[in-house]
Design a protein around this ligand. Structure first.
Ligand SMILES: [Zn+2]
Length: 90
């Protein structure tokens, strides 16, 4: 009987840890995620590429998007989003 109670306590502990971890992960993804200014994709923290530019951190889904941003940063952060040239594969 004693071991069953101990098991339930351990199970409750693990469940609480998992619950805390889940909440933390959800908050972290919201804080760390960024929008790729080149293609508009949402890039999770720790994924893709990142670049500091004029005091802000920009995230990119791929190296290709990063290179396009490096080529002309003002084009992607200066003007309104939604370029007339999609220039991307479907
Ligand atoms: Zn991209």
């Amino acid at each position: 009987m004693g071991s069953l109670l101990l098991f339930l306590l351990v199970a409750l502990c693990i469940w609480m840890m998992l619950d805390m971890h889940g909440g933390h992960a959800a908050a972290g993804s919201t804080l760390g995620a960024g929008t790729d200014p080149v293609c508009g994709m949402t890039v999770e923290a720790g994924q893709g590429y990142a670049r500091m530019y004029s005091g802000r951190l920009y995230r990119f889904c791929s190296r290709r998007c990063l290179e396009r941003f490096d080529d002309d940063p003002q084009r992607y952060i200066g003007g309104p989003q939604g370029d007339s040239q999609p220039g991307g594969a479907p």
